[in-house]
Design a protein around this ligand. Structure first.
Ligand code: ADP
Ligand code: MG
Length: 474
């Protein structure tokens, strides 16, 4: 891949000056995070980590990622309505993975009672890396789709201006002009506003369901502010608040403190540590309600790694989306090799293959949020230990994507300025709204580029590994 900043990277004094400008521009421009020490107060804040320079992204792959997003929106939404598919696909997983099993039980219970919800809102982010083939040609390969709590749509809208200024300081004014504007939070808010409108109660509010620890609040505020600008009231509550103060009326309308809730937007609830018994009860209450959940529990399940692996099997996409061969082809072109470790002869062969050549693969449990995957020697050791146990079915195996690294500086508060060899991950935000059976909105809402040093195999921005970036199309 092209390395557009080779010349500026040589001038250390200029880089130092640019980094000072960059940090102040980030603070002024709202690329913000609360601090680790005070995660629930805004008295002291810092800049969210970001790259000094925008990273090169092949424009053909960037366009390809945008072009396939509506297909993925449709696919996720279709899976969420296919009870048999979810049941069959997750059958082996829920035997061994308690978290997925609990989500699945709520899903079944809500279906048995009959869905009260009739408007559906999906906000997802499909993530990709640029796999470097044997001949050096990069290819777009999907890492995963996040169907719950996909973050950084707010902060990422503010990085292009920072990177534009950095490029100007470094004498690259023309290049600065080429950075694309990007505002996912606006698109996501439009989806939430549409769902709110279709819910049909002027006095009802949008509830952001948030974590106990809220370091990334500014990212969420970007979306909240877009809603307030449209005169839609937003409240922020935790599962605990829902347990204490949430209720349903006879028509399963959801109330918080006497206030009707039209839309529940989850920025929480995607990992086991988000739940104790009361939180599970709160989740069940929300799912049983008529409020628009973003996502509903079926859509959350559609985003599991096990579903992703099943989608890559020949014929699965075709069966889910009959009569849409072009969409199927566009999606399939982005799939990396994915393998089931289900009990049986095929799974045995896959486990043996990974143990023999661990550097070719990534071993993934059914978890979100970064830092859970296994690589290399660790992958081999874990797989050897569980190869003859049903526990192995709680994992999927995936081909390891190998992008071409490029040099950049990762700017983090209290960290020394030093050059790193980096790789990037591109995410495209999708938003869609369905009323009954009819799709009334299906859009790509913007992008997110995250970059990390190559020595970290895993982990996102919130996990402290990756940093925010802006694509520079080449
Ligand atoms: P999570 O749900 O925890 O975010 P991901 O599937 O996104 O799980 O994996 C976390 C990180 O691990 C990714 O952001 C990426 O950096 C790395 N990763 C995941 N899958 C692969 C892969 N197939 N090849 C290379 N790196 C990967
Ligand atoms: Mg991820």
């Amino acid at each position: 891949m092209a390395a557009p900043w080779r010349d500026v990277l040589r001038d250390e004094a200029a880089i130092r000056e640019a980094a000072r400008v960059a940090v102040d521009a980030a603070l002024l421009g709202g690329v913000l995070m609360r601090t680790e020490g005070e995660p629930n107060a805004s008295d002291v804040v810092n800049y969210a980590p970001f790259t000094l320079l925008p990273s090169a992204v092949p424009s053909a792959l960037f366009d390809q990622a945008y072009a396939v997003q509506q297909d993925f929106n449709l696919l996720v939404d279709t899976i969420s309505q296919n009870k048999e598919f979810l049941e069959r696909t997750l059958a082996s997983t829920i035997k061994v993975d308690d978290f997925t099993a609990r989500l699945f039980r709520i899903h079944m219970q809500v279906l048995e009672e009959g869905l009260a919800q009739s408007v559906f809102l999906g906000i997802n982010r499909s993530d990709y890396m640029f796999d470097c083939g044997a001949d050096g040609t990069p290819a777009l390969k999907q890492i995963e789709i996040n169907t719950i709590a996909a973050s950084f749509g707010g902060l990422t809208s503010r990085t292009a201006a920072v990177h534009g200024q950095v490029l100007k300081v470094l004498g690259k004014s023309e290049e600065a002009l080429r950075l694309l504007p990007n505002n996912p939070s606006k698109g996501l808010a439009l989806g939430i506003a549409k769902a709110w409108e279709l819910y049909g109660s002027q006095s009802a509010v949008v509830m952001f369901l948030v974590e106990e620890v809220q370091r990334n609040i500014f990212d969420q505020r970007c979306i909240e502010n877009e809603l307030w600008n449209r005169n839609i009231r937003v409240i922020r509550k935790r599962f605990r608040d829902v347990f204490e103060k949430g209720s349903l009326d006879d028509a399963k309308r959801l109330y918080m403190d006497g206030q009707e809730v039209a839309v529940v937007y989850y920025r929480e609830g995607y990992v086991p540590t988000n739940y104790d018994q009361q939180n599970w009860e709160a989740r069940l209450l929300l799912e049983r309600s008529r409020a628009v959940k973003c996502p509903d529990i079926a859509t959350q399940l559609a985003g599991t790694k096990k579903v992703q692996q099943e989608l890559s099997r020949p014929g699965t996409l075709e069966r889910l989306l009959p009569g849409r061969p072009e969409a199927v082809a566009r999606m399939r072109a982005t799939f990396a090799g994915l393998y089931s470790l289900d009990v049986g002869e095929d799974g045995d062969k896959i486990a043996a293959m990974a143990i023999a050549d661990p550097d070719r693969f990534v071993l993934k449990p059914q978890r979100e949020g970064g830092g859970n995957n296994l690589y290399g020697e660790e992958l081999r050791q874990v797989l050897e230990k569980i190869r003859d146990s049903p526990e192995r079915t709680s994992y999927i195996l995936m081909d390891k994507i190998k992008p071409q690294p490029a040099n950049n500086y990762l700017l983090r508060a209290h960290s020394p300025l030093q050059v790193s060899e980096c790789i990037s991950e591109l995410g495209i935000f999708g938003v869609y709204v369905r009323q009954g059976k009819e799709m009334v909105m299906n859009e790509a809402a913007g992008h997110l580029l995250r970059t990390k040093a190559i020595e970290h195999a895993d982990g996102g921005v919130a996990a402290g590994v990756a940093v925010l970036d802006t694509p520079y199309l080449v």
